[in-house]
Design a binder for this molecule. Structure first.
Ligand SMILES: Nc1ncnc2c1ncn2[C@@H]1O[C@H](COP(=O)(O)OP(=O)(O)O)[C@@H](O)[C@H]1O
Ligand SMILES: [Mg+2]
Length: 253
């Protein structure tokens, strides 16, 4: 009997912070360790879908969200499944605006398939709109990737307020399980920001940080995950370490 499925949203309303890269890398590495994983692409830009799958997408998560299909699941390998996104998702906010319990649609869709998976990872769009609300409502854990470029504290307050709102109104269990520093460089700026984040936020910041590494940007262009594309790169090394830390962290909670 599997433990209860962990549903993890990778969320930050800022774009370009590594949400998609982290979802793809963590998902493929977990699957390579024989954990059953479902990846959900919830961004209309469909970067996660494009980075892992080069076939035609017939139905995307959009058709499931508007009630016109079950969750469309693509099998990527024995342990890894993907629910793809499509550009139509950009209309979901508008189309779902008048639906009853519109923030619980994803949660209800996932309930039907959750027992097949140990981990469900959701790649959130760069906004705090209805899709992100659906993701956080469905999640047992929220992880925030963050670039060590500018001091991101203002953004963090915004996310915390949003999570509090989700907790109070929709999902009392929603909480931020971790913050990942991504695209880290050996500059004084990166170091200072890392120091400040750890000082202010403590253990919630993962010890593993993801260094800036060009292989991480190249891999999706080849429809490959980092572990396959450049297993010896610092990107692969960092994400493997992150996955080990994540598994331990989730076990403790
Ligand atoms: N650690 C990293 N080193 C170098 N490039 C990265 C790294 N993480 C992400 N990237 C690249 O930065 C861009 C933004 O990352 P992405 O994961 O798409 O962010 P988001 O999903 O938050 O918008 C992409 O082109 C990606 O390939
Ligand atoms: Mg993205």
């Amino acid at each position: 009997m599997a433990l209860k499925t962990r549903i993890i949203s990778f969320s930050n309303h800022k774009g370009g912070v590594g949400k998609t890269t982290t979802t793809a890398s963590v998902g493929t590495i977990l699957a390579s360790k024989k954990h059953n994983v479902l990846l959900i692409d919830l961004d209309a830009q469909a970067n996660l879908t494009a980075s892992l799958y080069d076939g035609e997408v017939e139905n995307s998560i959009y058709t499931a969200l508007i009630g016109k299909s079950e969750l469309p699941i693509i099998k990527l390998n024995k342990y890894l499944d993907l629910v793809p996104a499509s550009l139509q998702l950009a209309m979901a906010d508008l189309e779902l605006a008048s639906v009853m319990a519109r923030e619980k649609i994803l949660s209800e869709l996932l309930e039907k398939v959750a027992d097949k998976y140990e981990y469900i990872l959701i790649d959130c769009p760069p906004s705090l709109g209805l899709l992100t609300l659906n993701a956080l409502t469905a999640s047992t854990d929220i992880i925030i990737p963050m670039v060590a470029e500018i001091l991101p504290f203002k953004g963090l307050t915004m996310i915390n307020d949003f999570v509090s709102m989700v907790q109070q109104r929709l999902n009392p269990n929603a909480h931020v399980s971790g913050i990942i520093i991504t695209r880290w460089e050996t500059t004084n700026l990166s170091k200072t920001i890392e120091e400040k984040l750890r000082e202010n936020l403590g253990d919630i910041v993962f010890k593993t940080k993801i260094r800036k590494n060009v292989s991480l940007a190249e891999a999706p262009l080849e429809n490959k995950n980092i572990a396959e594309y450049a297993p010896k790169s610092s990107g692969a090394e960092d994400y493997r370490a992150l996955v080990n830390e994540l598994i331990k962290k989730l076990k403790k909670e």
